[in-house]
Design a protein around this ligand. Structure first.
Ligand code: ADP
Ligand code: MG
Length: 369
């Protein structure tokens, strides 16, 4: 009987018990620091979206220091990579419009190189030089504009100026443009680049397992204990998840589509992804999700494949070096690459039609379902 044992406890026994308790308490304390299940969670409000950071298996003090460092980076990105805030990118755009060259900081320069590369790899479908078109469609504002849409004449005028990333001349840290109509808008891959940088910051603090989640666009570090991090691919037609996917250490999952930022005008929906060939918002694709270890590339590819559409996505994905693609067109048909098909698990009723793209290595058509 426990009561009897207490009664029988001597002073020495009591001391031993207190000592024993202290050891147990200390072990418990150490376990909460090193507990593989311990996680630090926080949410930052950046880029007009909430970024959730989950850090596992790190002591709390380090996790919080790392989060502060990430937060400082995000603030600078928000200012200096932004197409219409008064930051560094805006200054470059003003210089280009005035026919001047401009020196850029090491914070912005890598993005300019990446933007040129993604433009070339996507056959021009990803074109971050079309800021003027994006603005004309009313998307250079926190809330999309509500006034009239641009006239066909205004769009033709902007198209005839043909701004592309090839117009930009990068000489060391100096940027000039052959074409004054180039207006840089990095909205199509800035979130991916930002999460890549944030991952590097976490790594510099020795953090091995974490997730950085910007409203469903995410990058993971390491794993989730004994399993991989699992993420959901958002359903483009409702607020749920269409499929779930396991992410390998270091991968990013990015989705672009017509459901996030758009405006409705006279019964039609106009989204913020513009086909640089027509100057018109895309209208065949609801969403594209891409998995790739480089967040910036995954984000750029998701945007580019929205433009490529159901007939050309596979070719552009291959050009961009992206193997894991999940695409939903406006009829609800899902197109997947064979590699992505192996990764996803549909949630709820699977889509009626699933088209598996051709294999990369042989170009042979994928299995029917
Ligand atoms: P988000 O994930 O933030 O919704 P996306 O990755 O889908 O954004 O990219 C959309 C943004 O990309 C637009 O708001 C615009 O800034 C820019 N953009 C639109 N069309 C293109 C294009 N063809 N090429 C490159 N960037 C584009
Ligand atoms: Mg994108």
């Amino acid at each position: 009987m426990p009561g009897a044992r207490y009664k029988a406890m001597t002073a020495k026994g009591m001391l031993r018990w207190i000592f024993g308790f202290s050891i147990v308490a200390l072990l418990f304390f150490l376990a909460t620091i090193r507990n593989p299940d311990s996680q630090v969670r926080t949410t930052l409000n950046v880029f007009g979206t909430l970024v959730e950071i989950i850090i596992r298996d790190a002591d709390e003090a380090t996790a919080h220091k790392a989060i502060s460092a990430v937060s400082a980076h995000f603030r600078r990105m928000h200012r200096d990579w932004h197409a219409w805030e008064q930051g560094e990118l805006h200054a470059v755009n003003q210089a280009v419009a005035a026919g001047r060259s401009e020196t850029v900081s090491p914070f912005l320069l890598p993005l300019i190189h990446e933007a040129k590369q993604f433009h070339r790899l996507s056959d021009g479908l990803f074109n971050p030089a079309i800021g003027a078109l994006v603005a004309a469609w009313g998307f250079h504002a926190d809330e999309p504009a509500s006034e009239a849409i641009p006239t066909p004449g205004a769009i033709q005028e902007l198209l005839s100026q043909n701004p592309t990333m090839d117009d930009l001349i990068v000489d060391g840290t100096r940027i000039a443009s052959r074409n004054r109509s180039v207006q840089l808008d990095f909205g199509g891959f800035a979130k991916g680049a930002a999460l890549d940088r944030a991952r590097e910051v976490l790594e510099s603090f020795g953090i091995g397992n974490a997730v950085l989640n910007a409203g469903g666009d995410l990058v993971v570090l390491g794993d989730h204990g004994d399993r991989r991090w699992r993420a959901g691919i958002r359903h483009p037609l409702d607020w749920g998840i269409i499929a779930s996917v396991d992410l390998n250490a270091g991968e990013g999952l990015f989705t672009s589509g017509n459901y996030e930022r758009f405006r409705d005008h006279e019964g039609r929906r106009y989204t913020h992804i513009i086909d640089p060939r027509s100057g018109m918002p895309i209208d065949r694709i609801l969403s594209v999700s891409v998995i790739h270890p480089e967040g910036a590339l995954a984000d750029a590819a998701a945007t580019a494949l929205c433009v490529a559409g159901p007939s050309d996505w596979s070719r552009i994905a291959r050009r961009m070096g992206v193997t894991h693609v999940f695409l939903v067109d406006k009829s609800g048909t899902v197109y997947v690459s064979p590699e992505m098909r192996e990764r996803v698990t549909f949630v709820g009723t699977p889509p009626e039609t699933i088209v598996v793209g051709p294999r990369w290595d042989t170009g042979a058509p994928g299995p029917a379902k």
